[in-house]
Design a protein around this ligand. Structure first.
Ligand SMILES: Nc1ncnc2c1ncn2[C@@H]1O[C@H](COP(=O)(O)OP(=O)(O)O)[C@@H](O)[C@H]1O
Ligand SMILES: Cc1ncsc1CCOP(=O)(O)O
Ligand SMILES: [Mg+2]
Length: 279
């Protein structure tokens, strides 16, 4: 891949995003997901539609055998309980030990002290990517409780730009803040992904699903985590845009988004991709 600092236009972004999607379709990476009960279905279906192979494996007794065989790991704290916390930490440590990238979704990080403390412990285990909405990234970066309503964001992504950069610098993770513009940073570079439709916010667990898709893309391009994260967000957003052409509301958008992801072709990727440098 070319030096991305020199990249100028969406034609080149589109070609690279298309190649990344083709790689997922060809190699069908096994992605271990330790996720919340709400998201399991849409997350597994999103990964399958993109060409990856999802496995919702969360028993701590299975981590030693299973995690080293997965290509990537997605950890999501949406319906956190103490026993799952143990599994999450064991899986993150095992992924690091076996040099597998792993992605953290800090769902509702600022909603309770329990959640925040567990999140901070997971961040200490060095996620490759952290993807949250703006309220989650603001809370996590400031380790602050109480400013979020729950799992939905009360902020727009740009509100969390400085927090995301600071979090990325401190943790060495790529940090992605989703929203109308998804902001993705390694602490130095910032890219904005402007694909997607507002109605995606009205389908539960779209954020969780795109975090798992990031895990699949990053699993195959671990040395280009910033770019792979952008491509996953762009591909998911483009599927939303195409799905919206047939949808009548959130329920049908969910179905058409998954169909569009499955059928996404090169021409659509090249014409729809909307990535730009943000800094
Ligand atoms: N206003 C918007 N316009 C376009 N896409 C959006 C918008 N809001 C969210 N999205 C997209 O919806 C998906 C879920 O993002 P978001 O709703 O921020 O996450 P979460 O569900 O974790 O709160 C992402 O792919 C994001 O790009
Ligand atoms: C509603 C809900 N409650 C706990 S997890 C969850 C799903 C959150 O999904 P997302 O973060 O993608 O909106
Ligand atoms: Mg979320």
């Amino acid at each position: 891949m070319e030096d991305l600092k020199e990249w100028k236009n969406n034609e080149i972004w589109g070609l690279e995003a298309w190649k990344s999607l083709c790689r997922v379709r060809e190699l069908c990476p096994l992605i271990q997901c330790i996720t919340n009960y709400v998201s399991m279905d849409i997350m597994a279906n999103t990964l399958l539609a993109a060409g990856a192979s999802p496995a919702m494996v969360h028993a701590v007794e299975e981590i030693a055998d299973f995690t080293p065989h997965a290509k990537g790991l997605c950890i999501n704290i949406g319906t956190l309980t103490p026993d799952w916390t143990v599994s999450m930490k064991a899986a993150a440590a095992k992924a690091a030990e076996s040099q597998k990238p792993w992605v953290l979704d800090p769902v509702a990080a600022g909603a309770s002290t329990y959640r925040m403390e567990r999140c901070l412990e997971l961040v200490d285990l060095k996620p490759t990517v952290i993807r949250g909405n703006a309220s989650e990234i603001l809370a996590l970066a400031g380790a602050s409780i109480g400013s979020t309503k729950g799992v939905d964001s009360s902020h727009v992504s740009t509100d969390a730009l400085e927090a995301a950069k600071e979090l990325a610098c401190r943790t060495q993770a790529v940090v992605a803040v989703s929203g109308a513009v998804d902001l993705v940073t390694d602490g130095e570079r910032v890219l904005g992904v402007s694909n997607g439709v507002p109605l995606m916010q009205k389908i539960t667990a779209t954020g969780c699903a795109v975090t798992a898709l990031i895990a699949a893309f990053v699993a195959l391009q671990p040395n280009l985590a910033l770019e792979a994260t952008c491509f996953a967000l762009a591909v998911f957003g483009m599927a939303g845009e195409i799905g919206m052409e047939k949808a009548n509301g959130p329920a049908s958008l969910r179905m058409h988004l998954i169909d569009a992801l499955y059928g996404l072709d090169k021409e659509s990727v090249l014409s729809k991709i909307n990535i730009s440098k943000y800094d």
